[in-house]
Design a protein around this ligand. Sequence first.
Ligand code: SF4
Length: 381
Amino acid sequence: MADISWSDRFAKVLIDRKVAQTDVALRFADIFKDKVEFCEGDPKDIQRGVLSGEQFTQSKKQIHLTEFAGSFFKKCPGFHKGLACCNYYVLNLGFQCDMDCSYCYLQSFINSNYLTIYTNIDKALDELRSFSDSMKDSPVRVGTGEVIDSLSLDPLTLYSRKLIEFFNDYPKWKLEFKTKSALVDQFLDCEHAGNVIVSWSINPQYIIEREEHGTASFTERIQAALKCKDKGYLVSFHIDPMIWHPEWKNNYAVLVDEICKNFTPSDIPVLSVGALRFQPQQKNIMRERFAMDSLVTQAETFVGKDGKLRYDFELRKEMFDFVMTRFKSHDPAWKIFMCMETPETWNGTLGSSPHRQSDLKEFFKPLKKPDSDIRYPISDI
Ligand code: SF4
C-alpha cells in the first residue's frame, strides 16, 4: 500500500452495523481506529438534498460504509439524444470523491454530506455474472469511475483486485479504472487477462495545481501509468476537461509531448479529449467554493442542446484540433476520440461522426442486447 496517512485525511468513518463484519469494513476499522463509529442505517447527522458549499466539502471528509440496495449497473451519462458516446457500462461502488476538482460535476449531483462506500461488491459481480451467458463474447466495457474515483480509495477497499480477478474469466470484456490519483501499487501484482485499462484524466500541471485539488501531479500520473504498462495493463489518457487559459497552447503541447515521449500508440488503444462543461445549476456552488479565482468560474460558456454550459463551438474545435494535430504530428497512428461531444463538433473537427471514422468505429459499435434487464449504452446517433 502507498505510504499515505489515511487517518489524517478523513474526519470520521461511520460503519453500518449490518456490514461491520465485511472485509472492507474490518479493514477500515483497523486503519481508522478511533475515527470509527457505528450506526444502524443512515448516519444520525446525515443531510440530504441540495447541499451548501460547506456541506459538500464536509461530504469529502466523512465516510459512510454501507450496502447498496439497488442495481449496480446503469447507463453511461453520455447516453442522451444529441451526444455521441462510446459503448460503456458504469459500475459505481461508492458515491462522492475524496479529491476536489473545481469543475467536478458531482457538485450538482451529490445529495448527502457523506462519502459513501458500498461494501457489497459481490452483489455487483453477481449482476455481471447474470448476463455473462448471453454477453460473454461481446465487447463489453465496464468502467468504475463515474461518481467515485476508481482508485483514489482503492488501497483501502482493494476492489481493483476483486474486479481484476473476476475479469480473468471474461477475456473479451474490458474493465476500466478511471482516476486522477497515482494509486496503483495495490493491484500491480494481480494476474490479469490483458483486459484491464487503467486510464487517467489528465491536464497540464498548471491546471492540476489551480483546479484539481488533492489529485496526483502530472508527473505522478505519468509514472503510475508507466508502472501499469510495465505490468502489461492497458493504459489510456483522457485529456479532459481541456480548460482555456492564456498559455493553453503551450501547456497542452507539453502534455501531448510528454505522453508521446513515454508511450506509443500501441501502448494506448485510444485517447480521448473533452472540453470544460458543467450543468448551469453547478455555477453557484462552484462560485461559493472556489470564488472567482478559478478558471472554471471565470469561463465564458454557452448552453448546449443537452443543457450543459460549454465554451463556444469555435473555441472547442480549436482546442480539439490543436491536441489532435499535435498527437498526429508525433505519430499518425494515435487514435483520439471526443467524449461527451455533439455531432457538430465531431463533424467540424474530424469531418464525420465516430461511427464513420475507420479507426474509431469499433469503439462505438452497438452491443447485442443482453437477456437480463440491464440497460445498455448504445449511441442513438
Ligand atoms: S477526481 Fe473526478 S470525481 Fe474526483 S473531484 Fe475530480 S472530477 Fe470530481
